[in-house]
Design a protein around this ligand. Structure first.
Ligand SMILES: *[C@@H]1O[C@H](CO)[C@@H](O)[C@H](O)[C@H]1NC(C)=O
Ligand SMILES: *[C@@H]1O[C@H](CO)[C@@H](O)[C@H](O)[C@H]1NC(C)=O
Length: 192
């Protein structure tokens, strides 16, 4: 039943290409997201993110920083999201979730769902639609609880993940690249 729900939710992503490796050894269910680290990987930096997590109080962690785009982020780019999962036996295993889609801007908007709307308000993007014009967008802090309201399946395998986001052009050049490390925990678990 839960598995059926998972696949229905994955079907909800109207993706060009998406894949979840079935990890039958891992328990799955509804989860809370604990964001742990955010860092950047090599790209031309056309779409630069300078974001970081900041613990504001004992129970509120916020994301702060800026996006700096030297060109408009439009649908001529594609998006490549690849999640590696932490295996207790062998380090990071890539491709536990792969999401490849054309139309980078619209796909990201769809992927982030309500979290995208919160980001639009917090970073003061000029409009909540694509393309996002070139510019620098600064947030004084957005509660990470708002980022949890994304369109990722609501039921998933518990564990640690390293999710890499890449924005590419048609020739596969990488124009923006970032990694978020996070854990999916049971709703009643206390983050470590
Ligand atoms: C964006 O963030 C980076 C890294 O924190 C910082 O060096 C830069 O000054 C920021 N840019 C603006 C316009 O605030
Ligand atoms: C955060 O913790 C404080 C003190 O422990 C508590 O009073 C407050 O209600 C908590 N806020 C949220 C949003 O959980």
């Amino acid at each position: 039943m839960i598995i059926l729900k998972l696949f229905v939710l994955i079907g909800f992503f109207y993706l060009v290409k998406s894949k979840t490796t079935f990890m039958s050894n891992l328990p799955l269910g509804e989860y809370r997201t604990v964001f742990e680290r955010i860092y950047y990987c090599q790209s031309t930096n056309t779409f630069q993110s300078n974001l970081y997590f900041n613990k504001r109080t004992s129970n509120i962690t916020e994301m702060k920083g800026n996006f700096s785009f030297s060109k408009p982020l439009d649908d001529s780019y594609s998006i490549d999201i690849n999640a590696a999962s932490w295996s207790l036996t062998g380090g990071w295993k890539p491709n536990s979730m792969v999401y490849l889609s054309k139309n980078a801007c619209s796909s990201l908007k769809m992927f982030f769902g309500k979290a995208g709307y919160s980001m639009y308000k917090s970073f003061k993007f000029p409009k909540y639609s694509c393309p996002i014009p070139a510019g620098t967008y600064i947030s004084s802090g957005i509660d990470l609880k708002e980022i949890e309201d994304h369109n990722f399946p609501k039921v998933y395998f518990y564990g640690r993940y390293k999710v890499m986001f890449k924005i590419k052009d048609v020739e596969n050049n990488i124009h923006g690249c970032g990694v978020i490390e996070l854990s999916l925990i049971r709703p009643w678990e206390i983050p470590i």
